[in-house]
Design a binder for this molecule. Structure first.
Ligand code: PRP
Length: 184
C-alpha cells in the first residue's frame, strides 16, 4: 500500500518480495545448519526488529530470542565505531548457540564490537546473520556466516533502517532522496 513516506524515496534497492524470498532461503539454510542445536537469536535493536521477527517466523525448527540495543556515536548517516550498550541481554548465554541477527553491516564496527563482547560470555558457538552488507564492511574482518544482500554504498532506509527514527516501517529498502537529509 503506498504510504506518504514513499514520496521521500528516490529508488527502491530491495523490494518487499525480494526480502521475503531471501528470508525463506536463509531460514532453510539456518534450519539445516542448526538441525542438532537450538539457536538463540540475538536481535540488535532497533534496526533488526523487522528482520528478526520475519526470520524467526520463517524458521521451522525451535529457536529462542533475546534482544540487545546498542548505539554507535557519530552523525546520523555514518558510523563512528564507538559502541555503547543501551539494553543488554536478559540472560546468561554461556553454553548457548548464539546467532546474532543484524539488519545491516556498514562499517562493520558495530558487529565487530558486538561479536567480541558476546564471545567473551562463553557461548557454545556464535555466528552472524545480516540482511544487508555495504562494501566498506570488507575492511573490518567480521566473519558473517549468512548474508541477505550486498548493496551499494548509499544511505538506505526501510525495513527497520531509519533516518532520524523515521522510515523503519517501509516494507522495502530504499534510497532516501538527498533533499530529505540535507534540509532537516
Ligand atoms: C545501525 C544498524 C547497525 C549499525 C551498522 O544501527 O542497525 O546496527 O548501524 O553500522 P556499522 O556496521 O557501521 O557499525 P544504529 O546505531 O543506527 O541503531 P538503530 O539500529 O537503532 O537504528
Amino acid at each position: 500500500m503506498p504510504s506518504v513516506l514513499d514520496d521521500d524515496i528516490e529508488a527502491v534497492i530491495v523490494t518487499a518480495d525480494q526480502i521475503a524470498d531471501k528470508i525463506v532461503e536463509l531460514a532453510k539454510v539456518i534450519d539445516a545448519d542448526y538441525a542438532d542445536r537450538e539457536p538463540l537469536l540475538v536481535g540488535v535493536l532497533k534496526g533488526a526488529a523487522m528482520f528478526m521477527s520475519d526470520l524467526a517466523l520463517a524458521l521451522e525448527r525451535p529457536s529462542t530470542m533475546e534482544f540487545m540495543a546498542v548505539s554507535s556515536y557519530g552523525s546520523s548517516t555514518t558510523s563512528s565505531g564507538v559502541v555503547r550498550i543501551l539494553k543488554d541481554l536478559d540472560r546468561d548465554i554461556a553454553g548457548q548457540h548464539v546467532l546474532i541477527v543484524e539488519d545491516i553491516i556498514d562499517s562493520g564496527l558495530t558487529l565487530s564490537w558486538l561479536l567480541r563482547n558476546l564471545a567473551s560470555r562463553n557461548p557454545a558457538s556464535i555466528e552472524i546473520v545480516a540482511l544487508l552488507r555495504k562494501p566498506d564492511a570488507v575492511k573490518v574482518n567480521v566473519p558473517v556466516k549468512y548474508i541477505g544482500f550486498d548493496i551499494p554504498n548509499e544511505f538506505v532506509v526501510g525495513y527497520g533502517l531509519d533516518y532520524a527514527e523515521r522510515y523503519r516501517n517501509l516494507p522495502y529498502i530504499g534510497r532516501l532522496k538527498p533533499s530529505v537529509y540535507s534540509n532537516p
